[in-house]
Design a protein around this ligand. Structure first.
Ligand SMILES: C[S@@+](CC[C@H](N)C(=O)[O-])C[C@H]1O[C@@H](n2cnc3c(N)ncnc32)[C@H](O)[C@@H]1O
Length: 271
């Protein structure tokens, strides 16, 4: 029987699944980004606690787990089986789960096992939307499984954040190409694991939502303040909280969206 080749994005994430959490744990910058992310996600969580949620590109399940711990039912989906396995292990450790979470090993570009209008809330953190091929088509598939009135919160790479890489490499041709369509490559040592990623501008996000009849509720930049360069200042708990509060005031300002490495948007499927 012919061996099915895993796509590069799956190969890469299969390899890092076992160590994925340790890459971020204990890093003050990422802890702040995660706090800002969660506060933004919470704003759009359904009021109805019986709502059904889906964490797409779930990785090790960081966000779906938080959703479950907040009292909702959440399913998980990832293109990497090894990531899905990590989620399964975490779920085993939760006592008294009052629902049976579904775990899907598939790409968000095609989710044949999920019926139309299944979910009230979909979260996709860490850019699965930009890693899945044609993003406009992927949005169509995400909208298909979202209920009318449901909300998706998706985090993507920001074109304006990606420009630095090309300038640092003095790759002007690369920069010109990147600015045309936001397409770039995730660079790893092993060429078989290099996959195409699309970065977005706020304008493209707006157009994409409009094309799918979604109401764009919010776009934030993560982060508006250049916090990555000042990680030491994030170690002190009080300073950290002050900076998070400032960040929350700044990160939706249109004139600052260009400063951020990532953009996160929340959009509602019109009933
Ligand atoms: C950067 S990680 C983020 C993981 C998790 N959402 C988090 O924030 O911790 C991106 C995840 O998206 C998954 N992914 C990438 N492309 C995907 C696709 N087309 N369909 C489903 N999952 C995908 C990867 O396997 C990986 O687990």
């Amino acid at each position: 029987m012919a061996k099915i080749e895993r796509p590069p994005v799956e190969l890469y994430h299969d390899r890092v699944a076992g160590i994925y959490d340790t890459i971020y744990d204990g890093n003050p910058y990422w802890e702040v980004v995660f706090e800002i992310t969660w506060r933004h996600m919470v704003r759009f969580l359904p009021r109805d606690m019986s709502a059904r949620c889906l964490d797409v590109g779930c990785g090790t399940g960081r966000w779906g787990m938080k959703i479950i711990k907040s009292g909702y039912a959440c399913d998980f989906l990832d293109i990497s089986q090894k990531m899905v396995d990590q989620v399964a292990k975490k779920l085993e450790r939760i006592d008294n789960l009052n629902f049976e979470p579904r775990l899907y090993h598939t790409s968000i570009s095609e989710m044949p096992d999920i019926d139309n209008e299944t979910y009230d809330y979909i979260v996709g953190q860490g850019d699965p939307l930009g890693s899945a091929g044609k993003p406009e088509r992927v949005m169509k598939e995400l909208c298909r499984v979202l209920k009318p009135g449901g909300v998706m919160v998706m985090s993507v790479d920001n074109v304006y954040g990606g420009m630095f890489h090309y300038l640092k490499e003095n790759d002007l041709l690369g920069l010109e190409r990147f600015l045309k369509d936001g397409r770039t490559n995730w660079v790893t040592d092993d060429e078989r694991e290099q996959y195409e990623v699309t970065a977005f501008t706020p304008e493209r996000i707006r157009k994409m939502c409009e094309a799918r009849g979604l109401e764009l509720l919010s776009i934030i930049g993560k982060t508006a303040l250049p916090l990555r360069r000042f990680q030491d200042q994030l170690k002190d708990k009080k300073d950290r909280e002050r900076l998070i509060k400032l960040e929350e005031k700044l990160n939706s300002k249109p004139e600052l969206l260009g400063c951020a490495a990532h953009l996160e948007f929340a959009a509602k499927k019109i009933s």
